[in-house]
Design a protein around this ligand. Sequence first.
Ligand SMILES: [Zn+2]
Length: 232
Amino acid sequence: MANFNVHFSVAATSSSIVAILGVNLNVMDFSHAPWLIFLGIVGGMLPDIDAVNSKPVRLLFNILALLSSTAVLSTLKNYVVPYQLFALAVVIYWLTRFLVLASIKRFTVHRGIFHSILALIFFTLLMVCISDYSFKQDAKYAWLNGFFLGFGFLVHLLLDEMYSVDLSNRRMKKSFGTALKLFNYKNLPSSALMTLLTIFLYWATPPLSELITVTEQRVGYFIFLISQYNEV
Ligand SMILES: [Zn+2]
């Protein structure tokens, strides 16, 4: 299993490369790059959310708690008076920080449901919905937020699997296949519940077409430029 530092640096490097590519292709603004790289790093830490006793996970929970109270603040800021809003933000922060942490500790095992493609899709769509409904970002950036988080998540799963191969002995360690799986085969009820939530989130997401159109146009233009350059 790759450790925290490896996950952190690989997530930071790979999200930065994708962000630089996105900015150069004009798919996204330079000003959004730091936030998207940050989400890539959070995604790269997220699968180990079930390793509740480690220090990095506690740090991750602080970040998630901050993110969720910011999401609640921006959703309700026009409907609730400031002091109630502040109290609510504090409650949400502590709820995420302690209650969610405690329930994950109680109900999950390490390398269980959070190390799966299903969880990857769930968290990607959750990020898209939070960006759309709470942060009020337009559809393109909501999806970019989701994709960067999901990309970091995927990099984490791949790294865990790579660490399962003992390169010097060319044999598989016992952990092989426990990170990159479709869903948690050992706990079907939790997989079924996560599938239902994922379908609901997909239904709630804004249209993806804008991001696809922009990406197609920019990549097409880039290929056109290369072909022109080769002809000269
Ligand atoms: Zn892991």
